[in-house]
Structure formats: C-alpha cells, structure tokens
Design a protein around this ligand. Structure first.
Ligand code: NI
Ligand code: MN
Length: 236
C-alpha cells in the first residue's frame, strides 16, 4: 500500500490512501494557482482546517455533489450543515478519531477562522493523520511558528506540509525553524505564490532546509504528486 498526495496549489491537497479519496482545504474556484476545478474532483472525505475562504473554498459544492463527509471543528460543521452539507464529522483540537482512511487528530494552529459570511469559524486547526499503513502526515494548516511543534514531531513525522508564504502564516525563516522542531523525513512547502503578497522562493528555502536539517524537501508544482511507499510520481 502507498500514500499519495497531490498538491492542487495554495493549501489544497488530494490524498489517496486505503483506497479512499480525501480532499484537504479544497480551494479551486477563486484560486489563481489551482490545477483543477470543483467539478473535476472526487471525494469520500473533505478536511477543512479553518473558516477562511481560501480553505473552505468549494467545500459546500463538492460535498453536496459527491456526498463526501466533511471533517472540521464543531463551529464549521454546524455552518456547513446550514449550507446544505449532509454529512459532517466534528472534532476539536487534541482529539482524534479512527476513520476508514486512518486516525486523524486535530492539532493546534495560531491563526484566525472567520467564515466567508462572517460566522464564527471556531479555532483554526492543523491535521495529524496516521494512515492505515502507519505513515504520519502533518498538515500544519495556516499557522505561525509555535514551540509545541516539537511535541507533534515526537510522534515521528514522515511528511510535513508547511506554509512558507509569510504575511498570513510562517515565512521561510520560521518554516525552517518548524522543520527543526518537527524533524520530518519529508517536507512540502505550501501556501505561497498564490498572490503577490505571499510570493516566495521555495527552491532557496529547500536549499536552506537541506543544509541545516535531515529533512528531504519536495518543491511541487500545482498538479504534481508525491508518494510514500510504492507508487509513481515524486517518491521517497
Ligand atoms: Ni487562513
Ligand atoms: Mn490561508
């Protein structure tokens, strides 16, 4: 078995594991960096890290079309129900749940979470997924650097997805410090270049991470995939 991740641009991903399709923060329609559209993706589950429009994105339309179960915090799940989403599963920070695709825990994130219509989006989160194969995937979400990334790293991270865009989230120097706290085997930088205000040089960041840590950095273009275990694409 293998774990495959496709980066759709910004902070939107598709995960393939245990024969299931999982979308994370599916922001396609208004995303200048998107490599796909809301009509072209399938999903069994959708994970929403926080309420901002570049993360909730097309969740409502995709969930209504596919019947996917949306996993997020309680406040966002209540809001999604009000928008006509049928299946939701609410969790909260520090809590995990065993899904058919693996064990998913919501992690702390330092950020905001206001929903597009002004509703309260609860607390922002990241995700720590332990796949059925035993891979640990840390999706930081939108966050600044925080010292408890060291605690998350103690779980033994195979792959970390970290924002490097600056302005709204960690910038490259703090993302480098995050890698040092998390000590992941692999890292993929995200949440950059979507707009001018978060323009970054991911290759320069990758060089610095390579020089100062043992993590392997994979700079993807939107639409490219990364695989842990057997499989195609940029693999370990
Ligand atoms: Ni945000
Ligand atoms: Mn964002």
């Amino acid at each position: 078995m293998s774990f495959e991740l496709i980066w759709y641009g910004h902070a939107a991903f598709g995960l393939r594991t245990a024969g299931l399709k999982i979308l994370v923060d599916p922001f396609f329609s208004d995303n200048p960096a998107s490599s796909t559209t809301a009509e072209n993706v399938e999903a069994d589950y959708i994970l929403v890290s926080h309420g901002h429009s570049d993360h909730v994105g097309d969740t409502v339309a995709i969930a209504r079309r596919t019947g996917a179960t949306v996993i997020s915090n309680t406040e966002i799940c209540i809001w999604l129900k009000e928008q006509g989403v049928g299946a939701t599963h609410a969790q909260h920070i520090g809590g995990g749940f065993h899904y058919p695709f693996g064990y998913l825990k919501l992690t702390f994130a330092i950020h905001g979470s206001r929903l597009p219509d002004g509703s309260n989006g609860g607390n922002p989160a990241g995700f720590l997924l332990t796949t059925q194969e035993g891979y640990k995937i840390y999706i930081a979400g939108d966050t600044g650097l925080f010292g408890d990334m060291k605690l998350i790293g103690e779980e033994g991270i195979d792959l970390a997805l970290l924002p490097i865009g600056d302005n709204y989230t960690m910038g490259p120097p703090d993302a480098l410090r995050a890698v040092k706290l998390l000590q992941p085997r692999h890292v993929i930088p995200v949440h950059y270049d979507t707009w001018d205000v978060i323009q970054q040089n991911p290759t320069a960041w990758a060089e610095q991470v390579t020089n100062e840590t043992r993590a392997v950095v994979h700079v993807l273009r939107p639409g490219q995939s990364f695989t842990l275990g057997s499989g195609r694409g940029a693999s370990e």
